[in-house]
Design a protein around this ligand. Structure first.
Ligand code: ATP
Length: 368
């Protein structure tokens, strides 16, 4: 149920850039987060994810560009005045304070030293702070633990405190920077569910930074893939599997097949002509990408199918990953159900459904 005291906002990053001396960490980033959306900013270490969050939160001034919240620039506002909360990888709690005091800290700090009104409205009274903190601790399932010191908490509990501390300020945008990367797998799953639940309940606009593609696709409505300081593609999670926006994006999303060939007159063709797949890609040297789970083992020769010989079979938990060598020396991997009778040396026919194939121009630096 949406919280009546919050209202989701639109966050826009326009031409955002970050330079450190001569080094350009972020080139010119354009990204719009629709009100109430949950976006994962996904990318490898060092691609610029944390720098992006720092600019939104006001911890770093952009070298160029703007950050807009519901159409108004945030750049003139210092971090503490932005209606944005940031949860870090490390909880950064005050060890000498109790859980309650940690969560209440931001609310109490709302009043400036001169007693004037603080950043996000008037300072609530003592009783109101206590009530809001208690409610928030219930929501992150730490009810009844408020008087404990943070030194007595597990890693998962510490991050629940961080979430409570962020949300008690009723932010319009929630930023999370790899908040669960230090937790073990079971706990990570539980915390992901909690974050998604809180996002929905508080009607937040959320930007979640991660390098873990599984985490990104499980949590987010949209994934913004960042590579080398620029956005490689922004799409629904399944699009990265079904119709990747770029060759680099397809490669980032793990095990995939790539076949080299040539596009002409609406068809992709391998060098020996053994495989032809219709495409709307432009003419020229190309790379066809298709995921192993999209391929179909056919008994007989189908259209858009190619013959091969099994070179390896590998048990992969819920299925078997089979690799087959094609007549032109390239190879394809296909996932087949457990128990499929296939052995090294067997002849197979692999069908490539055209809708699951995406064809990209061959990058100039990869020309043979
Ligand atoms: P990670 O997941 O490892 O935190 P990231 O994707 O969040 O990586 P950033 O921390 O944003 O990446 O860093 C992006 C690039 O900017 C890196 O090359 C980093 O070295 C550089 N960088 C970040 N902050 C600074 C700084 N204060 N001075 C100089 N270079 C910086």
């Amino acid at each position: 149920m949406a919280d009546p005291t919050t209202q989701a906002s639109r966050l826009e990053l326009r031409g955002l850039a970050a330079r450190f001396g001569d080094v350009s960490a972020i080139e010119s980033l354009d990204l719009t987060l629709e009100p109430g959306s949950f976006t994962a900013l996904l990318g490898p270490s060092g691609c610029g994810k944390s720098t992006t969050l720092s600019m939104v939160a006001g911890l770093l001034a952009p070298s160029d560009g703007d950050v807009l919240l519901d159409g108004a620039s945030l750049l003139g506002q210092p971090a503490e005045r932005r209606p944005v909360s940031l949860v870090f990888q490390k909880p950064l709690l005050f060890p000498h304070l109790t859980i309650e005091q940690n969560v209440a800290y931001g609310l109490r700090a709302r009043r400036a030293p001169d007693g004037s009104r603080g950043a996000r409205g008037s300072r609530p009274g003592k009783a109101a702070v206590a009530r809001q903190v208690a409610e928030m601790l219930e929501r992150v399932r730490l009810g009844g633990l408020g008087s404990r010191r943070v030194g007595e908490l597990s890693g998962g509990q510490e991050q629940r405190v961080s979430l409570a501390r962020a949300l008690v300020l009723r932010p319009r945008v929630l930023l999370l920077d790899e908040p669960f990367s230090q937790l073990d797998a079971d706990l990570r799953g539980e915390m992901r569910r909690l974050v998604r639940e809180l996002h929905d309940e508080f009607d937040l606009t959320t930007l979640f930074v991660t390098h873990d593609q599984e985490e990104a696709v499980e949590l987010a409505d949209r994934v913004a893939l960042m590579l080398d300081g620029r956005l490689e593609g922004v799409a629904a999670p399944e699009a990265f599997y079904l119709d990747p926006p770029s060759l680099a994006a397809a490669r980032f999303f793990g095990v995939t097949n790539e076949l080299r060939g040539t596009v002409s007159a609406g068809s992709f063709r391998t060098a020996d002509g053994a495989l032809t797949v219709p495409t709307t890609a432009r003419d020229g040297e190309s790379i066809l990408v298709v995921r192993p789970e999209a391929l179909v083992l056919s008994a007989t020769s189908e259209p858009h199918a190619v013959g091969g010989r099994v070179t390896t079979t590998r048990f992969a938990g819920s299925d078997v990953l089979v690799e087959a060598a094609l007549t032109d020396g390239q190879s394809l991997r296909v996932r087949v159900p457990l128990g499929t009778r296939l052995a090294v040396g067997d002849s197979v026919c692999l069908e490539l459904p055209p809708k699951r194939c995406t064809v990209f121009p061959q990058p100039a630096e990869e020309a043979s």
